[in-house]
Design a protein around this ligand. Structure first.
Ligand SMILES: *Cc1c(COP(=O)(O)O)cnc(C)c1O
Length: 460
């Protein structure tokens, strides 16, 4: 049961806005001869099914609420939802202009704005159905440019890079991470000396703790050893907008993203979009040649760029592009805009939570500094890792009964102890992703519940 303080769902302005916009959309097609659509089945039956859907969807954590502070989950912006629903009236397919002229244009514009955020003016890019698909495309291109060469990424890189490499039949190796979760440059250079590394995957914002790999330093090694640099910013890409608010190493890494060879970012993570929205960018437009295909049915009826000519997937929801385009109209990707302020707010909440954890003797923070983005991890103080893990699991449950939803993560014990003191192995830690702007205002209430949850388990 979720113990929330008030009615959990705030007033929803979307239906009314959507009704008005739908009328406008319909007016645009008013010149068509009238036709009788097939009658909709019994409305009572539809209402009944919908009621069942609403009931079943209640079996979820309340991702929309500020007391959900666990995984990387939040609802799309109301405008994104409305624009997506409006596009459903047409259901365009961004494979070809024939399937969605307006939404293809919107995709090209929205992707251009994302590229501009990284300082890229010339590039090739498009939306994908996810970060995984976007990374797959980037590594697929990388593999064709350097056949038989290896892909390497930090041991904290997203787990799908190894799987993607296996699908592409490319060898993949893990590079050790330091106690901050960042790719170790010494370990990377040792791999590079072997001479067969084709691509280095650099993560700006790891999934577990939001660590930022030293992209600027990796680029220096690129100048010496020669390899492709693929940036996985699926989670953290948008923090490019607020580099001045980050610690110096992370700031330098983000600023260097202008020199990456390919880059992935997930608008469905920090970009306020419904799921089904990843994005891949290539700095060299000529890689478009790898996508050339020929089939009797996906003919392209005009000379303009059809997005299906530069993407691995065939059908893709035009609605995804419409929602993203609309959101970026309202919240442009600028360092001084409201969207950037939202990122800063979540990051502020993360720093404040981290500070409070540091002042409480029940908890142990990472030995090497504050959160790099908006993800906080901490361990329970205990005589050994088994006991700390058990406590974390019990506190996770006891917070949930108080309506506070956190997450758990397995991390190396050594990250929490001064060098030379710790035991090897992993420990289950608590993790909180503070990715909603509202988390800042709710931090006291989050802390209250965390403290109460701990007190119950620890008996203090
Ligand atoms: C989430 C994530 C991915 C995978 O993206 P999906 O959109 O979930 O497929 C890849 N890399 C990183 C760093 C991520 O955080």
């Amino acid at each position: 049961m979720h113990l929330l303080e008030k009615a959990p769902m705030p007033h929803d302005p979307v239906p009314e806005l959507l009704r008005r916009a739908t009328e406008q959309l319909e007016a645009g097609f008013a010149g068509l001869p009238a036709y009788e659509p097939d009658p909709i089945p019994d409305l009572d039956v539809i209402a009944g099914v919908l009621a069942t859907v609403a009931h079943r969807l209640g079996d979820n954590y309340p991702y929309f609420h500020p007391l959900y502070a666990g995984q990387m989950l939040k609802p799309p912006h109301p405008l994104a939802r409305a624009a997506y629903a409006l596009a459903m009236k047409i259901n365009p397919n961004n494979h070809a202009r024939d399937g969605g002229r307006a939404s293809s244009e919107m995709e090209i514009e929205a992707v251009g704005e994302i590229a501009a955020m990284f300082g890229w003016s010339e590039f090739l890019g498009h939306l994908t159905s996810s970060g995984t698909l976007a990374n797959l495309e980037a590594l697929w291109v990388a593999g064709q440019l350097a056949p038989g060469k290896r892909i390497v990424g930090s041991e904290q890189a997203h787990y799908t890079h190894r799987r993607i490499s296996a699908v592409l039949k490319l060898d993949y190796a893990e590079i050790e991470a330091d106690s901050r979760g960042r790719m170790s440059l010494e370990a990377l250079e040792a791999e590079l000396r072997k001479g067969d590394v084709g691509t280095v995957v650099v993560t700006l914002g790891t999934t577990a703790i939001g660590a930022v790999d030293p992209l600027d330093e990796v680029l220096k090694l690129k100048a010496r050893y020669g390899f492709r640099v693929h940036v996985d910013g699926a989670y953290g890409g948008y923090f490019r907008l607020i580099t001045d608010d980050l610690a110096e190493p992370a700031r330098r890494a983000y600023l260097a993203s202008v020199e990456a060879d390919s880059l992935v970012i997930d608008p469905h993570k920090h970009g306020l979009q419904p799921y089904g929205c990843g994005c891949v960018l290539f700095r060299e437009p000529a890689v478009g040649r790898f996508y050339k295909h020929d089939s009797p049915y996906t003919y392209f009826t005009s000379k303009e760029l059809h997005l299906g000519e530069i993407s691995l997937e065939c059908s893709r929801a035009g609605a995804t592009a419409v929602a993203l385009w609309a959101t970026q109209q309202l919240l442009p990707l600028t360092p001084d805009g409201e969207f950037a302020r939202g990122l800063k707010s979540g990051r502020g909440a993360a720093l404040e939570l981290d500070r409070r954890l540091g002042a409480d003797s029940s908890f142990v923070r990472l030995t090497s500094g504050t959160p790099e983005l908006d993800i906080v991890v901490w361990k329970l103080k205990a005589e050994n890792a088994e006991r700390a893990s058990e406590l974390a699991q019990r506190i996770f449950v006891s917070c949930a009964t108080r309506g506070l939803h956190l997450a758990l993560v397995q991390l190396p014990v050594l990250w929490f102890e001064p060098a030379g003191v710790g035991q090897a192995g992993a420990v289950t830690c608590m993790r909180s992703v503070l990715m909603k702007p509202e988390h800042a205002a709710w931090l006291d209430r989050i802390w209250e519940r965390l403290s109460a949850g701990c007190a119950e388990v620890l008996g203090v």
